[in-house]
Design a protein around this ligand. Structure first.
Ligand SMILES: Nc1ncnc2c1ncn2[C@@H]1O[C@H](COP(=O)(O)OP(=O)(O)O)[C@@H](O)[C@H]1O
Ligand SMILES: [Mg+2]
Length: 335
């Protein structure tokens, strides 16, 4: 049996309808619900500030933000590894402190840092992870997971003898051992090789088709773009926006061209009606909105039309959308 996935979904194909595949928490129950969540570490550092977030059953959600934004803290609280300072978190409707067992059994976590037992074999450590949840053994499931992650050939090797990439695959296998309905991947592709990255995406898509809800963190816009149905942007412990991926990408590409005119215009000539222009500054500035994600910005045609209409400008500038500014700031903080 080939261990490599064949079900990788190319980007252009529409996603499977979430409503069909993502059930399992009861009607209308979010996969994850976070309300007013704050975290102040003992050092006094405020890592999270009043975060509200709902993750829908069956979606792939990317939490995007620079290093130190609070991504790992948020995930660690949801997974029960770090205590919140205030706020409430539910997984599949179960409050994560008072209903710890029920909440935790739904969740699988692939942590950012590698932490594996050195002397255990691959198969044993994955089987053990399942046992931790009090589940009966399921050799078929364990085999499928190991094959999916190209670990089957290495199943009897000690973990200490594996490469870093293979160790990371073991971490993923461990997280999947108890068949979680919700999977967290904390910076899954930071520092991994191309092959593992590709396998991981294939796996994520396959899990999603099985109705698994997936939350991944990343500081790469491209990764969020490639993977997610929805994207949340977190910066300095605050969730600053949550948006459908397609809408976010559209907004990210929005740009304005501002032309500072030699003479103010009272109104726009009819010949320019269809270009969606507007006037600002009492007619001194002409604004043209376009999207850098579209093949043709239309700028060349616009400038020709202006010339034909006898409209002259002395200067021009482009402006980013405010979202673009947010991202520029995110990236700047990252350095
Ligand atoms: N155990 C801890 N004690 C004190 N501060 C911490 C601890 N863990 C993380 N932090 C701080 O909290 C902030 C958020 O960290 P983290 O959640 O790891 O961010 P991210 O995963 O987005 O890079 C950072 O300023 C980090 O230094
Ligand atoms: Mg982190």
């Amino acid at each position: 049996m080939p261990s490599r996935s064949t079900s990788f979904r190319p980007r252009s194909e529409p996603p499977a309808p979430v409503s069909e595949v993502g059930q399992g928490f009861g009607a209308g129950v979010p996969a994850i619900s976070v309300r007013g969540l704050s975290k102040v570490y003992e050092s006094g550092l405020k890592a999270l500030h009043e975060v509200d977030l709902e993750i829908r059953p069956g979606e792939i959600f990317a939490l995007l933000g620079p290093n130190g934004a609070g991504k790992t803290t948020l995930i660690s609280i949801i997974c029960g590894l770090v205590n919140a300072t205030s706020g409430e978190v539910r997984a599949g409707g179960h409050e994560i402190v008072s209903e710890y067992r029920a909440a935790r059994s739904l969740i699988g976590l692939v942590p950012q840092e590698l932490a594996t037992e050195a002397f255990e074999t691959v198969r044993h450590t994955v089987r053990f992870s399942r046992g931790l949840f009090g589940l009966p053994g399921n050799p078929e499931h364990i085999e499928r997971v190991l094959r999916d992650l190209s670990l089957w050939d290495k199943r009897d090797q000690q973990i200490k003898n594996l490469s870093g990439g293979m160790k990371r695959r073991v971490m993923i296998a461990k997280a999947l051992a108890h068949e979680p309905r919700i999977l967290f991947l904390d910076e899954p592709t930071a520092g991994v090789d191309v092959e593992l990255r590709r396998d991981m995406w294939a796996l994520v898509h396959r899990l999603r088709q099985q109705g698994v809800t997936i939350i991944l963190t990343t500081h790469y816009i491209e990764e969020a773009e490639e993977m997610a149905d929805r994207v949340g942007v977190i910066n300095r412990g605050e969730l600053i926006l949550v948006e459908e991926k397609h809408e976010l990408m559209q907004k990210l590409g929005a740009k304005e061209l501002a032309l500072h005119l030699e003479q103010p215009l009272q109104s726009l000539p009819d010949s320019l009606d269809e270009r969606g222009l507007s006037l600002e500054d009492g007619g001194w500035t002409l604004i043209y909105r376009y999207n850098i994600r579209e093949l043709e910005s239309g700028i060349a045609g616009l400038l020709q039309d202006l010339q034909q209409a006898g409209i002259h400008y002395k200067d021009l500038e482009t402006r980013q959308s405010s979202l673009e500014e947010i991202f520029v700031n995110l990236v700047r903080d990252d350095s």
